[in-house]
Design a protein around this ligand. Structure first.
Ligand SMILES: [Zn+2]
Ligand SMILES: [Zn+2]
Length: 330
């Protein structure tokens, strides 16, 4: 179960090709990060300031933030991650389309690139070639650790990313629908802002449009960004490791809830094809609950789960790895 079924076109240990970015590519990358990352953060700040200073925050804004957050984050975890990257279940085409569009509204890049980058992450997890590991390269001291966290959280996006990410998603490229969903990323991203603004306008006129845009659009994107990136940074640094996964992935309950089940990251790295990340009943996993619902109504099938024997064998391997670690360090 440790091997990821990546339809890779490269040798198992081949590093993704990353030629030196040109000055234009670097400038373009900075521009994308500034608009895609900082603008949502500034929007969240503006939303909070308007609420604090003028009381511009109503139940409609809270509702838009919550509904848009849950729907679009489910698009990432259930769609981008579990369905498209790991093929942990199958679904009818309309469900694939909706999940691809919802995931795109989180401003995390086009579908095919997201999938390619994440497959590279699993292939080289916490080793050279991992696009966003806080452990590769290893850094020491306070600033070293801060730089490692920064790199895993968002620094990996700079300078320009030149690896041919789409090369790692040949299976998805065969689907015309998924190629179109990926190519139209700017449209879906814009809709993710316009829809809450439109609903806000319908409920409260122009002020409603403004606060809907800020809370359901920009603030929601900023929250989603940092919840998702915490899976790469926090969940490879802080948390428990009940399973043997061959890397530094950890289970973190806070990220587990905020990222719709993604924070049970050690479980996920140990059993990457499992549709269920919260493997214990108390490990809240909203993504898996949606997959179960889709399965119950016949819209999803072939839902993959680890066997009881596989779970037990892995836990035993994890315990013996800890024992060996203690023995070695003593
Ligand atoms: Zn990971
Ligand atoms: Zn994964």
């Amino acid at each position: 179960m440790l091997n990821v079924p990546v339809p890779s076109l490269t040798a198992p240990n081949e590093l993704p090709t990353s030629p030196r970015p040109t000055a234009w590519a670097t400038a373009g990358s900075w521009a994308i990060v500034l608009t895609g990352v900082l603008v949502p953060l500034l929007g969240a700040g503006a939303a909070a300031a308007l609420a604090w200073r003028y009381g511009l925050l109503g139940w409609a804004d809270v509702g838009l933030l919550a509904v848009m957050y849950v729907l679009t984050m489910l698009g990432v975890t259930v769609g981008f991650h579990r369905l498209f990257t790991h093929r942990s279940f199958e679904a009818v085409k309309p469900v694939q389309f909706v999940l691809g569009v919802l995931g795109s509204m989180t401003f995390q890049g086009p579908l095919l690139e997201w999938v390619g980058r994440h497959r590279i992450h699993h292939q080289h997890s916490d080793r050279a070639g991992d696009p966003h590991s806080p452990h590769a390269p290893r850094r020491r001291g306070f600033w070293g650790r801060f730089r490692a966290f920064w790199h895993a959280h968002i620094g990996w996006a700079l300078p320009a990313e030149t690896a041919d990410l789409v090369r790692y998603a040949p299976d998805l490229r065969k689907s015309r629908m998924l190629r179109v969903v990926s190519a139209l990323f700017p449209l879906w991203a814009a809709l993710g802002l316009l829809i809450p603004a439109g609903v806000g306008y319908a409920l409260g006129g122009w002020w409603g449009a403004l606060t809907g845009f800020l809370w359901g659009g920009l603030a929601r994107i900023a929250l989603g960004h940092h919840a998702t990136w915490s899976v790469n940074s926090v969940c490879h640094l802080w948390g428990t490791r009940p399973y043997h996964s061959g890397d530094e992935s950890r289970n973190n309950p806070v990220v587990g809830v905020l990222a719709m089940g993604e924070g049970w990251h050690n479980n996920h790295h140990a059993f990457p094809t499992s549709a269920r990340h919260g493997l214990r009943w108390w490990q809240i996993d909203f993504g898996y609950y949606l997959i179960r619902l889709l399965n119950a109504v016949g819209l999803a099938w072939n839902v993959k789960l680890p066997s009881e024997q596989g779970l037990e064998n892995n836990e035993r391997a994890a315990r013996s790895a800890v024992t060996v670690g203690r023995t070695t360090s003593e």
